[in-house]
Design a protein around this ligand. Sequence first.
Ligand code: GDP
Length: 296
Amino acid sequence: MKEKQLLDGIIIHSISGFYYVEAAGFVYECKAKGAFRKEKKSPLVGDRVRVETDGEKGVIVAIEERSSFLVRPPVANIERLFIVASADRPKPNYYVIDKLSAFAVYHNIQPVVVFSKTDLADISAAAEIYRCAGLQVICCSSVTGEGMEELRGLLYRGISAFTGNSGVGKSSILNYLLPELRLETNEISDKLGRGKHTTRSVRLYKYGDGMIADTPGFSSLEIDGAGEPIPKETLADCFPEFRAYTSKCRFYPSCSHTVDKGCAVLEAVRSGDVSLQRHQSYCRLYEDIKNIDPWR
Ligand code: GDP
């Protein structure tokens, strides 16, 4: 009988109760130890785990605390969400960007706004709005190569995922950055870009020291109803540029920041310190969530 050893690794895929854990350069097919069920714990793709293995198969015996986790798509420890919108064809939908970035902030994931296709239109004014809002912004083009090294630098670290409407250029970005992995990329881009999803399972692909999550079912439409909605009291915190003002409202902490009456956020919108467009997205999101039954 082979000697057992303990290894630390990361779950890169899971299917039918099997977890595929990459550890020390190999992928081990693992089961989760039975005790997790009693503790109501369930391993997720992205989890950093400890595996007991005899060299081929293994058992997951411990799960590290997660920095983030999503119910749908089911994935843990995503660090960065690239929210892709094209400078033109199609024109950016700022509400979708704001909704996805609020979703990311709420889930402790760093949103990175990516304006693609910058060879088609000047997007610098919109980029400035997001930079002023405290979000990281990358302007890129898979035609001219602008911004691609910046994207690569971020993708080389931690676990990243992409989202954005169809046609904005996600597949083109991945094909540009991953030519050496074209086969896998095509697989990713088909799923990411064209919505031919046969499965809802997430898979992680190694990229430098980082990993890219292929997350089918991750668009602005699909995050609606994906687990717990953002509580309306927390929504303003998901707009980082509001935070400097929220505690200064006359009716703090119960101000909704949607109607005047001594609201410091609205005052900042009036003085131009907070973008009107971002505030409009906030109000629209607030309207959407204020009637959601918290027990739903
Ligand atoms: P996805 O659906 O988000 O994956 O988008 P695709 O990568 O499939 O791109 C949609 C369309 O936009 C395709 O016709 C691409 O050739 C085109 N496209 C993608 N990136 C760029 C770009 O940087 N510049 C220009 N001009 N067109 C692009």
